[in-house]
Design a protein around this ligand. Structure first.
Ligand code: PHE
Length: 373
């Protein structure tokens, strides 16, 4: 069983540095929160085994937000005001990170989202949020990666889109993908939407089917995507689906079965990457938790390691000093790539493209950030 809230730091009492994590440990994106928390725990255990930060052990307090933005704000407030954490980690979903970001800024507590990719998480109305950072790439890049892959590699010229209207990530990523796809000479034959938690997607899929696209871009989260894929196959649609990081969960294949074979998605890393740094991480994570770390676990691990690295370099453990050290992060060797924080508080990193075969995403390509612009 997974250790409960604060599991990783349960042994640490008294003079310790507390990190707070807000994640979806339950609900339809439960694997996002669970994997992220495990990655964070592993990072903290490794840092503590090497003497901690500034001679103090790290401890972790985790709250479940049930996948809800309101609960994310409540949990972030509690971590900041009641638990007095030094750094906030989370969320995965951009909509939920957007609910936490103003709380981090207002209280001068640095927040690092491991995996939220919507640009607004770190920059609202052209202004960089002073205390909010991410250790992942952003969706203008991720959308471009898949649009280029569809045009250049799959030679697709007609696509349809099916996006989640209540999800900032999905809405943004659909727009970035479409803009690049059209710029590259492709045609968008349909642009449909759904709401997270919907069970029946057949009306939208039937409309899309009538426009005969060669592929369908579905930038959503795994539970909805799996149902969409199954229903598309039930309607006799054979086109590959394409998507983004939100597909990354073992549950995608459990729910979707064979419906996703031959589909593609972009992601932050692949556990199949032979790079020694990645294979070492996969081995340590497997030993600790008995499963292969997905992207969320790797991102959670990197977020916590970067928090520790920044606190180690900070002149003291005030929010301002940690913030300055985070902003100065350059060439940090993460398991999800070499991480440098740019002026927008985003990480400039490559993306990978995965093809689904035999109920797993297999590594196809790595795309560097300066390649597709
Ligand atoms: N990038 C997604 C978002 O911003 C979250 C996500 C990241 C989901 C990585 C899965 C894997 O909402």
């Amino acid at each position: 069983a997974a250790p409960g809230p604060g599991g990783a730091g349960a042994a640490a009492t008294g003079d310790r540095i507390l990190l707070g994590h807000v994640g979806s440990l339950t609900g339809s994106e439960a694997t996002f929160g669970d994997s992220t928390d495990k990655g964070i725990q592993l990072a903290i255990e490794e840092v503590n085994a090497k003497g901690g930060v500034k001679g103090k052990p790290l401890a972790l307090k985790t709250y479940d937000n049930q996948g809800k933005p309101e609960e994310s704000a409540i949990a972030a407030t509690r971590l900041v005001l009641q638990d007095r954490v030094s750094v906030l980690l989370g969320e995965v979903a951009s909509t939920r990170s957007l609910a936490m970001a103003p709380i981090a800024d207002a209280n001068h507590v640095p927040m690092i989202t491991p995996s939220s990719t919507n640009p607004r998480v770190t920059k609202e109305n052209g202004r960089v949020r002073p205390f909010v950072f991410r250790v992942c790439f952003i969706d203008p890049f991720q959308g471009t990666v898949m649009a280029k892959f569809a045009r250049d590699h799959l030679k697709i010229s007609r696509v349809a889109v099916l996006r989640d209207v209540g999800n900032d990530y999905s809405m943004g990523l659909a727009d970035y993908f479409l803009a690049k796809f059209k710029e590259l000479g492709g045609t968008v034959v349909d642009d449909q939407s759904y709401k997270a938690g919907d069970q029946d997607f057949k009306a939208q899929l039937t409309t899309i089917k009538g426009k005969s696209p060669e592929a369908i871009y579905v930038p959503g989260y795994y539970t909805d995507v799996a149902l969409i894929a199954r229903q598309a196959r039930e309607l006799g649609m054979k086109q590959p689906l394409m998507g983004g990081d939100g597909w990354d969960s073992a549950r995608l294949y459990e729910i979707g079965g064979k419906a996703l074979e031959g589909s593609y998605f972009s992601n932050h890393y692949s556990p199949e990457d032979p790079a020694p740094r990645i294979q070492d991480f996969v081995k340590r994570y497997k030993e600790r938790f008995g499963s292969v770390p997905d992207s969320l676990a790797a991102q959670g691990y990197d977020a916590a390691r970067i928090a520790a690295d920044a606190m180690g370099r900070a002149k003291d453990l005030s929010g301002e000093a940690i913030r300055d050290a985070l902003a100065a992060t350059r060439d940090y060797p993460g398991v999800t790539g070499v991480i440098s924080i740019d002026a927008d508080h985003d990480a400039v990193k490559p993306a990978v493209v995965l093809e689904i075969k035999g109920s797993a995403g297999h590594y196809v390509a790595t795309v560097q950030p300066d390649q597709p612009q």
